[in-house]
Design a binder for this molecule. Structure first.
Ligand code: CAA
Ligand code: NAD
Length: 288
């Protein structure tokens, strides 16, 4: 199936970047939807800043930048966002009931041929698909943060996802300049987060236990493992709230205590220390 128009739900950390990649690299016509104008404004500002970085280093021209921005539309209206879409990419908050209710609504308004892909980090694609009347056209399309730079896309099959849906998303991923991998079984955390989230969580336990300072824990992982950024900086980058949502899903789905979140992560969310997005997490981001 040929994809021309893409709707992206959510203009946050991931949604803005996904919308940008779809317009800049995929040359798709994109509509971004969020629930309040201020979220759309901040998403569009992040897109403009990111595009300027590409222009500044000569990766794209000024006219490419203008054309990219002209391909991105925004709206607060869900029906308007999805009614002409060939592909809907959902990148809203990692909350299972919220995602299910929004996707049930998307199912009502999107054309019957449209594929619904979720950027969820952990939630069952089978469960998300069951909220719609087209589970064969629902799959996971998991981008990595920042979507403008990270090469991987995990494509996750739900129990009823059709082969054709997986193949279309594979083709779209390639058109976006990404490297797709197919996750054959719908399992919480898929591949990367099954490995990464326990590691990030363990770093929070180390802080809570006072084993070392955050800077030294990060230094140990950047120098000792060659990670591009340490686990605590990465937690701030991903969002402490999103990480806690992910651990909740992983604990609830598997019952495995190895995914149990550090109490420190819970306290940080209660204190609105969500990382980069609120200016403070393990680090102070207000001057960066
Ligand atoms: N848009 C455009 N360009 C950007 C950018 C953006 N949003 N962010 C950074 N860049 C560019 C910078 O301009 C810079 O370009 P030059 O090299 O040409 O100067 C380059 O990228 C490097 O940026 P920085 O110097 O600011 O920082 P860095 O060297 O640390 O690189 C990074 C940034 C690519 C994010 C790197 O730190 C990194 O790879 N970090 C790890 C990211 C990661 O692990 N992501 C996965 C998170 S888990 C996940 O996503 C799944 C989930 O479900 C939670
Ligand atoms: P975020 O908090 O930065 O953004 C979420 C956005 O969704 C907010 O702007 C919010 O207003 C919006 N939203 C909430 N309800 C909505 C609705 N009904 N319709 C449209 N927009 C709505 O979160 P994020 O980090 O961008 O995460 C979004 C999704 O991407 C989550 O499923 C998350 O697990 C996943 N993800 C996150 C990362 C990461 O590093 N943060 C990486 C990969 C995947």
């Amino acid at each position: 199936m040929e994809i021309k128009r893409v709707a992206v739900l959510g203009a946050g950390l991931m949604g803005h970047g996904i919308a940008q990649v779809c317009a800049q690299v995929g040359k798709f016509d994109v509509t971004v939807r969020d629930i309040e104008q201020r979220f759309i404004d901040s998403g569009m500002k992040m897109i403009q800043d990111s595009i300027q970085r590409f222009v500044k280093k000569g990766a794209i021209s000024e006219s490419d930048a203008k054309e990219t921005l002209a391909r991105i539309h925004s709206t607060l209206d869900l029906k308007e966002a999805v009614q002409d879409a060939d592909l809907v990419i959902e990148a809203i908050t990692e909350n299972p009931p919220l995602k299910k209710s929004v996707l049930a609504e998307v199912d009502k308004y999107a054309p019957s041929h449209a594929i619904i892909a979720s950027n969820t980090s952990s939630i069952s694609i089978t469960e998300i698909g069951a909220a719609t009347k087209r589970p064969e056209k629902v799959c996971g399309m998991h981008f990595f943060n920042p979507p403008q730079l990270m090469k991987l896309i995990e494509i996750i099959r739900g129990l009823k996802t059709a082969d054709e849906t997986v193949e279309t998303i594979r083709q779209v991923s390639l058109k976006l300049g990404k490297e797709p991998v197919v996750v054959k079984k719908d399992t919480p955390g898929f591949i990367v987060n099954r490995i990464l989230i326990p590691a990030l969580n363990e770093a929070a336990f180390l802080v809570a236990e006072g084993v070392a300072d955050p800077e030294d824990i990060d230094k140990a992982c950047t120098l000792g493992l060659n990670w591009p950024m340490g686990p605590l900086k990465l937690l701030d980058y991903v969002g402490i709230d999103t990480t806690l949502f992910i651990t909740d899903v992983m604990v609830n789905e598997t019952g495995d205590p190895k995914f149990r979140p550090s109490n420190l992560l819970k306290q940080m969310v209660r204190a609105n220390l969500l990382g980069r997005k609120t200016g403070r997490g393990f680090y102070d981001w207000t001057e960066k």
